[in-house]
Design a binder for this molecule. Structure first.
Ligand code: G3H
Ligand code: 13P
Ligand code: ZN
Length: 323
């Protein structure tokens, strides 16, 4: 058993308390490799933003769980060397079983998500409570989910989304003891969030559902998944240099800004980073066909990612200059 406390990580409790009080959201960025992790840490140190490093079960398989733990330790050391005080949480994204959550907690995660959103209400409560009971013994925080997001996350996939029913949130939180709750208000995973062909036709998120959840759970941290904005400048670069992304649209940034000022304390962003990295690499390849040193294309991709995250922290989530 490796405790996250020995790795210099923190759980999400204090992070969310401060975010709630000051009206911003903590960024939760997914990572699978060194360049992504470097970009996240550099951007968050530079902007003095707290950060949740998010690892999906796919990322865990891809990067190797032991290496991941040392990467998180490396991130903590990078922050110390930079004389920064930003807190870092290591979080399991979309955990789909009790066993996976336990395994992550044993290997140093400070926070886990148990995604029982595809189960019946009763089964979701049962599974989530089981994870909470184990996690809380080790002071690890737990995120649950009510309502279903469309899209694909590893083995968890859904064709259509089902908005969260606000009438269920109090009972879910009370019965399970979760520390935060992901809700479904119209976001979805990936780069194709809306069935529209023009940006102007993107519908508003269901802020009415968010407000109703806030009323029923005063001061309780809410989480937004599927919060990439799918920057059109990156979509254009990808398409210009040989890609083929059609009608790829995300959540407009002003809507996320509004959400970040509410009880939404954690905003999950993965796809935007994938787009920036892919765009930067495609551009490098097209402009430098003779280049074959990975540092020459992964370096610019890392720079593009860092710029993207700094922008998110400063102008979308409002998490900059907090530490
Ligand atoms: O919500 C899912 C995240 O974007 C992680 O994606 O399962 O492909 O690593 P992944
Ligand atoms: P995006 O696909 O919108 O980046 O969402 C990421 C996410 O919710 C990770 O859990
Ligand atoms: Zn998600």
């Amino acid at each position: 058993m490796v405790s996250y406390k020995d790795l210099g990580l923190v759980n999400t409790k204090k992070m969310f308390k401060k975010a709630m009080k000051e009206g911003y959201a903590v960024p939760a960025y997914n990572f699978n490799n060194m360049e992504q992790l470097q970009a996240i840490i550099r951007a968050c140190v530079e902007t003095r933003s707290p950060v949740i490093l998010q690892v999906s079960s796919g990322a865990r398989k891809y990067a190797d769980q032991t290496l991941l733990r040392y990467m998180a330790m490396g991130a903590v050391e990078m922050v110390k060397v930079a004389k920064s005080k930003i807190p870092i949480a290591l979080h399991l994204d979309h955990g789909d079983s009790y066993e996976l959550c336990v395994s992550c907690i044993k290997s140093g995660f400070s926070s886990v998500m148990i995604d029982g959103s595809h189960l019946s209400f009763e089964e979701n409560i049962k599974l989530t409570k089981q994870v909470v009971d184990y996690a809380h013994k080790y002071d690890v925080t737990v995120e649950g989910e009510l309502g279903v997001l469309a899209g694909i996350e590893d083995d968890v996939q859904a064709e259509v989304s089902h908005y969260t029913d606000p009438a269920q949130v109090e009972e879910f939180v009370k019965q399970t003891g979760v520390d935060s709750l992901a809700i479904s208000i119209g976001t979805s995973h990936g780069a194709y969030k809306f069935k529209v062909s023009r940006q102007e036709d993107i519908p508003e998120l269901r802020f009415d559902i968010l407000e109703e959840c806030e009323k029923r759970l005063p001061g309780f941290p809410i989480v937004l998944h599927g919060a990439s904005s799918v920057p059109q400048e990156w979509v254009e670069i990808i398409n210009k240099y040989g890609g083929k992304l059609e009608n790829a649209f995300g959540v407009p940034e002003e809507q996320l800004r509004k959400a970040a000022k509410s009880a939404v304390c954690k905003i999950n962003i993965d796809s935007d980073g994938r787009l920036a990295m892919t765009g930067a690499i495609r551009k490098c390849f097209a402009e430098n066909p003779k280049e074959f040193d990975p540092r020459k294309y992964l370096g610019p991709a890392r720079d593009a990612l860092m710029q993207l995250y700094m922008h998110k922290n400063r102008n979308v989530l409002g998490s900059a200059d907090r530490y």
